[in-house]
Write a new protein. Structure first.
Length: 540
């Protein structure tokens, strides 16, 4: 047999070896980046012993209950709301299963540490997914671009550091966009299913698909119907094949309705917009990245492609949502950076080449003087590229240093403003020791529930997680709770006992109106006080 007869086989083996080599390089790169991202999130996370925000305490406790009682623990702690035992729906089911892996014990310190570790790993994975998205689109120096996520917004880093499902949501959206851009639509079925079980923000996947379809129609004149049909199928299956069906459907409608348009019921601050200058201060680098990306589109002077247009539209839509509600700072900076990377990379690639083609920056309608000027710029950039092909990534990394340092420091500062993790630990211990299991605790603030629940699952509570949960269950009862908590009811003990079944009242020390009424109410007897809270016994 001649030597030439072995050529195809040798070529095939070489191609296979190169493919395996590239695959393992990608895996190794992803692992290295995950470690780097985890270290940076650790720097932010452990700026304080507390968890970021309030809701993380509820989520970690639910993680412990899932670990101890299974995927569907009975939820009895908010009987006066739409989260009562018969109607309860865990709309973070899969996320609580994830947190159960970090429920190292039932003590407050152990759960807090587990929550902090979980809140390092999940956002680090989300950032790796964004790197994979950029890498899959051929973005040169995708690692540096992804590192830029730590520079774009301190509010973004802070919310990514919460023990909440938004970092996991960003992870799934990044994967969904990656598969859409590669037209691997079948992967969107299990992704949609998983999203429903993970977080009630799953409609964002449909929004992503709709934006992608618009971008595809605009750039390629084709309707990619599978991009929305497949995730919709997965979401439908996730809703129906669900341990909480049909309560989940009723809850989703009830929960989302008050958040659309103007709600008369005050909800958490995250549902309200930032003041304009506050947004500039906490996300200024993200806004700058969007502007640079837009300028790059004009500088390139070429037709926008499907991935870049998709990322641009995502940035615009999430930007508009951010102007409406600050919670969408979880997405706007990330997709803005993706857009900037896709828009600017062709220019950076041109700077790196040893010679630039005549069409790289050509624009129609240029005068002879403009053509000559462009030619001189092109020649100078070509000379720089030939002398040192590494100057662009080095310069890119140097540009990142200042905003990265500033944003990390700001995110750490935001973490240090978290309330102490043991704020209601002593009050909760008193309630647990001095009230029988199942006793109703009347709170004067709905967002105190998460920390009380974190330390004490022996008692029941009047309201928690979201004020609309009580308002939707009984609007009259909710209105009465508001009046009592604001000190607008004389002798509140009568209504607390008869209407709410309250046996004790727990209040922070800031509800002056209520506390003034409580002092004059013979039916309320102060039995406990510390630097954070006061507890009254409701007497006959």
């Amino acid at each position: 047999m001649t030597t030439s007869s072995f050529a195809p086989a040798k070529t095939s083996n070489l191609t296979a070896r190169l493919a395996v080599s590239v695959h393992w390089k990608t895996v190794a790169g992803a692992i290295a980046l995950f470690v780097l991202f985890a270290v940076l999130f650790t720097i932010v996370q452990f700026a304080t012993p507390a968890l970021a925000g309030n809701d993380g305490y509820y989520h970690m406790k639910m993680g412990l209950l899932v670990r101890e009682q299974g995927l569907k623990p009975p939820f009895v702690w908010l009987p006066l709301t739409i989260l009562n035992r018969e109607a309860f729906y865990d709309h973070h089911l899969l996320y609580h299963a994830y947190l159960s892996l970090f429920a190292f014990g039932d003590s407050g310190d152990a759960l807090t540490l587990g929550g902090k570790i979980a809140s390092v790993i999940m956002p680090a994975l989300a950032f790796v997914a964004i790197w994979w998205l950029l890498h899959g689109q051929g973005v040169r120096w995708a690692s540096l671009w992804t590192l830029g996520l730590f520079a774009v917004s301190e509010a973004f880093l802070y919310r990514m550091s919460m023990p909440r499902a938004q970092s996991a949501s960003l992870l799934l959206l990044a994967l969904g966009l990656h598969w859409m851009l590669h037209r691997r639509y079948r992967w969107l079925i299990p992704l949609g299913f998983m999203y429903v079980w993970l977080y009630n923000g799953f409609p964002l996947l449909i929004l992503l698909a709709a934006i992608y379809i618009v971008a595809t129609v605009a750039t390629e004149r084709r309707v990619e119907w599978r991009a929305i049909a497949y995730p919709a199928l997965g979401i439908g299956l996730g809703l129906i094949v669900n341990p909480y069906f049909p309560q989940n459907v009723a809850f989703i409608l009830n929960h989302l309705a008050p958040k659309i348009g103007e709600s008369a019921t005050p909800v958490g601050n995250e549902w309200y917009p930032y003041e304009t200058w506050t947004l500039v201060e906490n996300s200024g680098f993200a806004l700058a990245a969007f502007v640079l990306g837009a300028l790059a589109l004009g500088w390139r002077g070429r037709r926008i492609d499907r991935p870049t247009l998709t990322a641009f539209l995502l940035s615009v839509v999430f930007g508009l949502m951010l102007f409406k509600s600050r919670r969408f700072v979880e997405y706007f900076p990330a997709f803005t950076l993706v857009f900037a990377a896709l828009a600017i990379t062709p220019i950076l690639d041109s700077l790196r080449r040893s010679s630039l083609g005549s069409d790289d920056f050509s624009r129609s309608g240029e005068t002879a003087t403009e053509v000559a000027t462009t030619s001189r710029i092109r020649d100078r950039l070509s000379l720089l590229a030939r002398r040192n092909r590494w100057w662009v990534p080095i310069a890119f990394a140097a540009v990142l240093i200042a905003p990265l340092a500033i944003t990390l420091a700001q995110a750490r500062e935001a973490m240090t403003r978290s309330r102490p993790p043991d704020q209601y630990a002593a009050a909760s211990a008193w309630l647990k020791e001095n009230r029988p299991p199942g006793s109703m605790v009347f709170q004067t603030d709905w967002d105190d529930f998460t920390r009380l629940f974190f330390y004490n699952t022996s008692n029941l509570y009047t309201i928690g997680l979201d004020p609309t949960y009580m308002q939707l269950a009984d609007a009259g009862l909710y209105d009465e709770w508001v009046r009592i908590s604001k000190g607008k009811v004389d002798h509140p003990s009568d209504a607390i006992r008869s209407r709410f079944g309250g046996e004790v009242v727990m209040s922070d020390l800031n509800h002056d109106g209520f506390l003034e009424k409580a002092v004059d109410d013979p039916g309320l007897k102060e039995v406990y006080r510390d630097e954070y809270a006061v507890i009254f016994e409701v007497t006959p």
